[in-house]
Design a protein around this ligand. Structure first.
Ligand SMILES: [Zn+2]
Ligand SMILES: [Zn+2]
Length: 264
């Protein structure tokens, strides 16, 4: 990373996100213009495949297929409205859900032609036949650590899933940028860990490098009360730098005022 001013925010949500805010696209873009950004990507959560989750929680994760169609349509208008002011990309934050790759590929293929800049993220890990969200809340994280036996095992299973995500076949529209790769550290202040599975980190980095993928340098963690750090951090970040993997700043904003946040 250079010390130059960051001119691009590659990870922004919208009012279509069910756990977000009602801030309009205009508010997001105005904030970006105020900061002097030259390029932004809206990367709304792609609808999840049908999966076993508590129904209310499932609904809160991502917009429906109908809503995401509206998102793309509205973005087309916003893009033309601001075409002389800033480059706006249409994108998704795509969940990698282990075992549901075909369903994911189907949704990606349905919208792929409209996508310009997307992110592939892991939020769920699969245990037996159930899915657990690693960033749903501190209680859920604790529960997951209890089921697996330790915080380290949660980390292992997160990074193993990340490796599968990178290697997965999600078709022609699979995103080339890996979202917040150390998200599993979201509660590290409450559940500290000396975890450093360098072998697994190196495997992940090698697979990213081999495919020429990028990394989402995601500042949202700084604003999370039990995290206080950017994803990626620590040894993972050192390996990213040592291997010259491209990083794109992302605020992961779910409201207009967070656009470009913590970039400098
Ligand atoms: Zn979100
Ligand atoms: Zn995410």
């Amino acid at each position: 990373m250079s010390n130059n001013k960051i001119l691009r925010d590659g990870h922004i949500h919208s009012h279509y996100c069910p756990h977000g805010t009602s801030d309009s696209f205009e508010l997001y873009v105005d904030k970006a213009l105020k900061l002097g950004l030259k390029e932004i990507s809206f990367t709304e959560h792609m609808p999840l495949p049908e999966m076993h989750l508590e129904p209310e929680f499932f609904k809160s994760c991502a917009p429906t297929i109908e809503e995401i169609g509206e998102y793309i349509k509205e973005l087309d208008c916003i893009k033309s409205k601001y075409k002389n002011d800033i480059k706006i990309n249409t994108g998704f934050e795509v969940d990698y859900v282990e075992g549901l790759e075909e369903e994911t590929k189907k949704t990606l293929n349905a919208f792929g032609k409209k996508l310009e800049d997307s992110i592939l993220s892991v939020h769920f890990i699969k245990l037996e036949n159930a899915y657990y969200c690693v960033d749903a809340g501190i209680k859920e994280f604790k529960k997951l650590a209890d089921i697996l036996g330790s915080v380290e095992k949660v980390y292992d299973s997160y990074y193993e899933t990340l490796l599968k995500a990178i290697k997965s076949d999600l078709g022609n529209y699979k995103p080339k940028r890996i979202g917040h790769p150390t998200l599993v550290r979201i509660f590290n202040k409450e559940y500290p860990s000396e975890y450093n599975n360098i072998k697994l980190f190196k495997e992940i980095i090698n697979e990213i490098k081999e495919r020429n993928y990028e990394i989402d340098f995601n500042t949202a963690g700084i604003r999370k009360p039990y995290c206080k750090e950017i994803y990626p951090s620590g040894i993972f970040l050192e390996l990213v730098k040592a291997n010259d993997i491209k990083m794109i700043y992302g605020s992961d904003a779910h409201n207009a005022s967070d656009v470009g946040k913590d970039f400098q």
